[in-house]
Ligand binder design. Sequence first.
Ligand code: ATP
Ligand code: MG
Length: 559
Amino acid sequence: MSSENYKEKTTTQGERSLNFLEELIENDLKAGKYTSIVTRFPPEPNGYLHLGHASSICLNFGLTEKYPGYTNLRFDDTNPTTEETEYVESIKADIQWLGFSWKHERYASDYFEQLYNFAIQLIEADLAYVDDSTAEEIATLKGTPTEAGKNSPYRSRSIEENKDLFLRMKNGEFPDGSRTVRAKIDMAHTNMLMRDPVLYRIKHAHHHRTADAWCIYPMYDFAHGQSDSIEKVTHSLCTMEFVPHRELYDWLIQKLNIYPSHQYEFARRNINYTVTSKRKLLQLVNEKFVSGWDDPRMPTISGLRRRGFTPKSIRVFCEKIGIGKRDNMVDLGLLEFCLREDLNKTALRRMVVFDPVKLVITNYDKAVEMLQSENNPEDENSGTRDIPFSHELLIERNDFMEEPPKKYFRLAPGKMVRLKSAYIIQCDEVIKDEQGNITELHCSYIPESKSGADTSGIKVKGTIHWVNAKDAVPIEVREYDRLFKVENPAAESGDFTSFINPDSLKIVEGMAEPSINQASGKEHFQFIRKGYYCLDKDATKEKLIFNRSVTLKDSWAKK
Ligand code: ATP
Ligand code: MG
């Protein structure tokens, strides 16, 4: 799917047609099954959120913006060894930055006591038991998809013994891995996940919220559905790999006789030329392929934010890629397209010359003149700014050609061009050094051709950007390219890091108009004829550093 040929499915009225979840919810609401809905976004706090999560966030929060109800943020923190408070904070900040707000902030760990009691409830109903088998023994007896499993030798323990052992597990009497609690379902079930799934394991580990209160932790399947039910989540949305888990989800809710939440699945969204897996992103950070989770090349929300992506561009992107039942690879170019669309309307225009050549206006005799240039021609409320103009300017070296082809409308000997927001000039003489390199362009200007008050009657086809040589501000610009050389690095054989694009960061220098000194880090800029940029957090007063968020046009298409 590329940005140009991407078409949303629309109705005959031109509205986006409902996705399958919206259809389902509308039917449920119409049928009176619910009067309002509850969804949740359930990240595991073991890394920073990425674009795949953004799609899930937009889905879950988007549904309750559209229909009556609310969305909870629930941290799925049942795995004490990988979870950290730093991740919790970053996840909250990212969701808020995207413009969504949750009703309740919850943690699966809030429910540890309740989940423990649910397990006892199952044990008392003879629907769960304590198993002393090792992980290997459990695996061996599990069978295969074509062959039934065998009952564990501990399966027929008495309810009393199970209760006693479970209590002692909780009290820390046993080492890690020595016992588990398993649901008693059916070792011959066609769904392997229903063959007496493990519900609890022993793990003597410090938890980021419950500290050392627990040494037994519920497994995902036991925590997730029950947490949904406790929160009265109506539509529990997860990705397709959880389809086989749905049967267990429903079984547990039914046997515990608790609020009937329902699970629905949608396909993961993967983005080309990058990876969307927290584990892999963590590896990039740990092995220093990138400067951190918020490196502007990362597909993390924090990386995209630092790079200069806007919440709107990400939300529009997620809306455009929609949701479906089949996995697909989404073109990163579509996200960039969404950013250009947004920034074109909002970014402040500035002039920056990247590879300067000096331009001298020989008939200009004022010392300096303040000209005005509009901040954004797409937004009449954006105002203007002052730009100094004098007889010594800098222009891009490649905006001049000594022997231009026919349709070259920029500067050439004897030819005219307009300097953006200033005057029309004509190139009279080219000055070179001994090696034949161009050192200066001598031009004359047309005094009556001032932008906005042009009475010269001269028509020129080209407009170029420039800066005043004397007060131009040197800036550093970080230009980014795709992080990986191949479309789907995760699907290649071998270590995905060997497909990293060695040229994903290029540092260049630019000369900017003086108003750039007012950049605060909050604005988005369009450097005219170049692209969109924002101030990086590494910038100081002495050294302004900008990230190129995206080029003005899709340059990948050409490559
Ligand atoms: P990762 O593999 O990156 O850790 P995850 O699914 O394990 O991803 P969670 O923190 O468990 O990460 O995910 C929170 C929610 O985001 C889940 O509902 C999950 O299904 C959803 N999600 C994660 N990755 C994607 C993706 N690529 N596309 C759509 N939804 C996603
Ligand atoms: Mg996960």
